[in-house]
Design a protein around this ligand. Structure first.
Ligand SMILES: [Zn+2]
Length: 448
């Protein structure tokens, strides 16, 4: 069998190792050797010379949405269109992700969708959140994508059929998070007033009525709400009382059940010994800390620990409490890096500077997610951590946290799956080539 050889500067993904001049040898789908730079020895060998570039493991994104054809989001909403799913997959692959865990949670493993969309070089897997309260919360918040087979599904059945983790436990739709800001609240307000509002204003309304933890703490008075409506030119359209009612009726119905869903999934994680991804935000933080104490053998991952409902100090305090209790701290790019339509990088910066981050993913952010490598590039440029440690957040660290998903990859080492990307040395976010399972699938930034 011919060998594919990649020569260049290498970051292996273990958090430490940088090799200035190395050769990676690939045969079939596997890495067969990593050596100091060597000339090709055989006639048939193919060589990719990555001089001037940097060679990294393919990114493992363990918290994403919108890449499958089953019910979408923890709200069990209708699937995205096949065009949109195809666009999401291509964007992930072109930005250097070779393995992806779609954590919508209520789809079945058959709905990864290779049949409908054809095979894709991005290796896509699903998680399962099929517990009674999670399903009920989805039904209340939306549930339009759920059929009898989803409602009857169980965690054991889904794991037996190939789901790689539990979760996402809770979500922005069911727990008053981002999806309420960009989708549900603007829709509800437009229905009554005819005025379309920006998600940032929807978030202000939500937090003014319910507080950042949805518990009514520090909620605004009627006068303050009138002032807020006035400032956003809605004073002629809504009274304080109407605004209060719209927010409560839109956000709160699934919250109680979704919180029970968190507890069910922590218990299941301890029972079956699989990793579980939790929606970590201001309303759920205290519950997740408590669950980590109640279920010390659960393998808990606190998703998007930089969630915008946290103040920066709160994100740090929560992550510290969780880390002390053995929880893995995941952060998501959301739209914090380049897009910044709704969210900024403050919480991510604080967590990075404090050294609290274990893993890095994209989440969805209404489709506005920025790439993993753009966040890694930012961490390196701002000297928040050395390049090998930043790269490991979406490589070796994910393999360690969820070996069921990525134990055979995420590192450029002998006997690992040959998922390798070649990026510009001065900006890792510019991905030139992608090799997935030993095959060159993106060449000069085009899918081939
Ligand atoms: Zn979430």
């Amino acid at each position: 069998m011919d060998t594919l050889i990649v020569n260049g500067s290498l970051i292996t993904g273990d958090g430490i190792t940088f090799l200035e001049k190395a050769s990676v040898r690939i045969r079939g789908t596997m890495i067969v050797d990593v050596t100091p730079y060597q000339e090709a020895s055989n006639e048939g060998d193919r060589i990719i010379d990555a001089g001037g570039s940097v060679v990294l493991p393919g990114m493992v994104n363990a918290h994403a949405h919108g890449c499958i054809v089953g019910p979408s989001m923890p709200s069990g909403s209708l699937p995205l269109s096949t065009e949109d799913v195809s666009y999401q997959r291509n964007r992930h692959l072109l930005s250097g992700t070779t393995t992806l865990l779609n954590v919508c949670g209520l789809a079945t493993p058959d709905e990864i969708g290779s049949g409908v969309l054809g095979p894709h070089a991005l290796d896509i897997h699903v998680s399962t959140a099929h517990t009674p309260s999670s399903l009920a919360a989805a039904g209340i918040s939306d549930g339009a994508g759920l059929s009898a087979q989803h409602l009857a599904a169980t965690i054991d059945d889904m794991l037996a059929r190939g789901a790689k983790a539990l979760g996402e436990a809770g979500g922005g739709q069911t727990l008053g998070g981002g999806a309420q800001d960009y989708r549900y609240l603007p829709l509800a307000i437009e229905k009554v007033t005819g005025v379309a509002i920006h998600p940032k204003i929807a978030r202000q309304f939500k937090e003014a009525v319910l507080g950042r933890r949805l518990d009514g703490a520090a909620a605004a008075s009627d006068d303050e709400l009138e002032g807020l409506l006035d400032r956003h030119a809605l004073d002629g359209h809504l009274t304080a009382e109407q605004l209060r009612r719209i927010v409560v009726e839109t956000v709160m119905p699934p919250v109680h059940l979704a919180m029970r869903g968190l507890a069910e999934i922590a218990a299941q994680s301890e029972r079956v010994g699989m990793a579980a991804i939790f929606h970590n935000a201001a309303p759920t933080a205290a519950t997740i800390v408590q669950l980590a104490e109640t279920y010390p053998r659960a393998r808990m991952i606190a998703g998007h620990s930089n969630h915008p409902m946290f103040l920066p100090e709160e994100a740090v305090t929560t992550a510290t409490l969780l880390k002390d209790r053995g929880v893995t701290i995941d952060v998501s790019t959301l739209d914090c890096i380049a897009t910044r339509w709704r969210n900024g990088p403050e919480n991510l910066d604080h967590l990075a500077t404090e050294g609290l981050i274990d893993t890095l993913s994209t989440d969805y952010a209404g489709g506005d997610w920025d790439t993993i490598l753009s966040a890694i590039q930012r961490m390196i440029a701002k000297k928040q951590m050395p390049a090998p440690r930043a790269v490991a957040l979406a490589a070796g660290n994910v393999a360690k946290a969820i070996p069921e998903l990525a134990g055979d990859r995420g590192l450029i080492e002998r006997n690992k799956q040959a998922d390798i990307i070649i990026c510009d040395a001065h900006n890792f976010a510019r991905v030139r080539h992608v090799i997935a399972k030993g095959r060159l699938v993106v060449k000069d930034a085009r899918i081939v």
